[in-house]
Design a protein around this ligand. Sequence first.
Ligand SMILES: CC(C)(COP(=O)(O)OP(=O)(O)OC[C@H]1O[C@@H](n2cnc3c(N)ncnc32)[C@H](O)[C@@H]1OP(=O)(O)O)[C@@H](O)C(=O)NCCC(=O)NCCS
Length: 117
Amino acid sequence: MITGIGLDIVELSRIQRLDVKSAKFRERVLTQSEHAEYIQLTAARKVEFLAGRFAAKEAFSKAKGTGIGGACSFQDIEIRKDSKGKPSVYFQNKETGLVSITHSKEFAAAQVLLQTN
Ligand SMILES: CC(C)(COP(=O)(O)OP(=O)(O)OC[C@H]1O[C@@H](n2cnc3c(N)ncnc32)[C@H](O)[C@@H]1OP(=O)(O)O)[C@@H](O)C(=O)NCCC(=O)NCCS
């Protein structure tokens, strides 16, 4: 049964501004292992990657119905990829839903679907 859906879109220019200003934004949004992926990317891919994770985490918080906050922080949510690059969403280390991420020149967007068996 589908229990939640969430959708989010962000402007790459906004994420780039925040990321250039200081490391604080990416440290708040990315988990340690996501950050390890981030630092290996080119500058352009860094913005896409960070914006995609930000959108995916906001979309997840909408699917859950909580928004980002005490019950569901950016650090509680992790996007992991399989060997082919397909992302999955983990909440507090448990696989908790389906996610799809996209980016264009100006935007990144993500959709999350939560379901129970
Ligand atoms: C829920 C949340 C993710 C919404 O994101 P947003 O960027 O403010 O706004 P969006 O335009 O993407 O989404 C707005 C829609 O989210 C939906 N929404 C709001 N609260 C929601 C909730 N608890 N559950 C599900 N959906 C929710 C609403 O439909 C809203 O549209 P509406 O007001 O027209 O009905 C947001 O409130 C939140 O928790 N943001 C985290 C903020 C943060 O820490 N930012 C870091 C920046 S440094």
